[in-house]
Ligand binder design. Structure first.
Ligand SMILES: NC(=O)c1ccc[n+]([C@@H]2O[C@H](COP(=O)([O-])OP(=O)(O)OC[C@H]3O[C@@H](n4cnc5c(N)ncnc54)[C@H](O)[C@@H]3O)[C@@H](O)[C@H]2O)c1
Length: 454
């Protein structure tokens, strides 16, 4: 048994013990075991590195999202794209062409198979390695980058198991490197404005949030290209919340998770699985190979998260059924409530009529987030309404200025930990599952994420 597997089975044993009613002493032991992990470099609040005038970047995975990042980086000052890696050589050549067209030297291409990123990380002089690969590659790429002295950035979720969340934290601490998960939804307009309202106290003390990723992905999962090549396979492997961070990231920032509060535990339940099979039968026929696939992912997974300060979050994952898109983004405090899709808000004392929503726009003049005001126009026409550009800009700006990142490795781990924890809870009939404190207590003293200026 590998060392990491031993640690995992010890945590599982302790969780089973807690669920079996061995009580707080055992539950406490479980937390203690997690808190002893990652001692290599020690947890670091507000971790930052020396400023760097130019950020030399290598990309791994230049499909849909990776290409969007490359295009953004070619439009951000102080970035040099040095290397491109993808298992499909044509995608490497396409991205190399974009870089040359933007007036930079041709980046070195890597396409000698699924582990060629290791050669890239070992060979190239890079400051940052960014991966937008299928989920199973995020952790191997980030670990290879940090081991070779590079900062790492990964698409979402950063990791698909609790053990892998710890692996990222431990590597970042051991090698003294950043490891950011690129949660672009934290930079969407209403999410930023909501954070601004929270920071200014307009919603009062925030007590509860509701969020999720509710997106009909049936067509995407059965596509013969892009995510269709890998994403559906996860619906055959795991039953829980497989994509928690789009909804969770923005509300976790409002609740000061890892910066004044921390996730404590969750309970999670999944509905039956129907959507993918019915879609396959209707689209490809009842005798098609797709219709014979077996899925374990419940179509609607609902988790209820409790924080150490007693706050609550309802989090939903719903990607296999016909439905309009939403991430919900509900943030509720002692003075009011804000919500997205459609954008609406109610603030006691300021609402036009009691018990009735106001249009969010009513507050835009006063509470538009300064980052959105300053940067959004540069991201116009780019991915996801501009939020992707702001996230890329912020990472580069933080590295160039030598400032702490808006989202650090502890956020990557805590937000992604919902995947592993929800799957464990679902498998245990909704049993409470501890969400590790990856900061090992630093959340108590770390300052909240400020209102970031451009
Ligand atoms: N933040 C967002 O809004 C958002 C949107 C879409 C996708 N994503 C995330 O981005 C990531 C990629 O998704 P996508 O839609 O771009 O998928 P995609 O399939 O279009 O792109 C993945 C790319 O990775 C390449 N690849 C696969 N294995 C590789 C390996 N071992 N080494 C190098 N390259 C490899 C593929 O050839 C492909 O070009 C996923 O983590 C996904 O969750 C995020």
């Amino acid at each position: 048994m590998r060392e990491s597997e031993k640690k995992q089975s010890r945590r599982d044993f302790l969780k089973v013990g807690a669920a079996a009613g061995l009580g707080a002493a055992v539950a406490g032991l479980n937390l203690g075991a997690d808190e002893k992990r990652g001692s290599a470099g020690g947890a670091k609040s507000q971790f930052k590195v020396a400023p760097m005038p130019t950020v030399r970047v290598g990309f791994v995975g230049v499909g849909g999202m990776g290409s969007a990042h490359v295009q953004n980086y070619l439009n951000i000052e102080g970035v040099q794209v040095m290397a491109i890696c993808d298992i499909i050589p044509e995608k490497v050549v396409r991205a190399q062409k974009w870089v040359v067209e933007a007036g930079q030297p041709e980046p070195v291409g890597y396409s000698r198979g699924p582990r060629d990123f290791e050669r890239m990380c070992a060979t190239e002089e890079l400051d940052l390695v960014m991966t937008a690969t299928p989920w199973e590659w995020h952790v191997p790429v980030c670990l290879s980058a940090m081991k070779n002295g590079k900062h790492a950035a990964t698409e979402i979720p950063a990791a698909m198991s609790l053990d892998d969340c710890w692996a990222l934290v431990e590597a970042a601490e051991k090698y003294g490197k950043h490891c950011q998960m690129m949660e672009n939804c934290c930079y969407d307009r209403i999410e930023l404005m909501t954070l601004n309202l929270v920071r200014k106290g307009v919603l009062g003390e925030v007590l509860h949030a509701e969020a999720g990723y509710l997106h009909d992905l049936r067509g995407v999962k059965f596509s013969s290209e892009g995510e269709g090549l890998w994403r559906r396979a996860w619906s055959q492997k795991l039953n829980g919340n497989l994509y928690p961070t789009h909804g969770l990231g923005p509300v976790a920032q409002c609740l000061n998770v890892n910066r004044g509060d921390a996730f404590d535990f969750l309970v999670s339940l999944s509905s039956p699985t129907r959507g993918l099979h019915e879609y396959a039968v209707e689209t490809f026929g009842p005798d098609s190979p797709q219709a014979k696939e077996k899925y374990v992912l419940g179509d609607v997974n609902t988790s209820l998260i409790k924080t150490k300060r007693g706050k609550t979050i309802i989090l939903i994952h719903d990607t296999n059924l016909p439905r309009p898109y939403t991430r919900i983004n509900l943030v509720q405090g002692t003075r009011g409530i804000a919500m997205k899709w459609p954008d609406r808000i109610y603030i006691e004392g300021k609402a036009e009529k009691p018990h009735q929503w106001d249009d969010f726009e009513k507050f835009a003049a006063e509470f538009e987030h300064p980052l959105w005001k300053a940067i959004a126009s540069k991201g116009e026409g780019r991915g996801h309404g501009g939020m992707d550009y702001i996230e890329d800009y912020r990472l580069i700006q933080s590295l160039r200025k030598g400032e702490p990142l808006d989202q650090d490795v502890y956020d990557a781990a805590a937000w992604s930990a919902i995947v592993g924890a929800s799957c464990q809870s679902v498998a245990g009939k909704g049993k409470p599952v501890s969400i590790p404190d990856f900061t090992r207590g630093l959340w108590k003293t770390s300052p909240p994420l400020p209102i970031i200026e451009a």
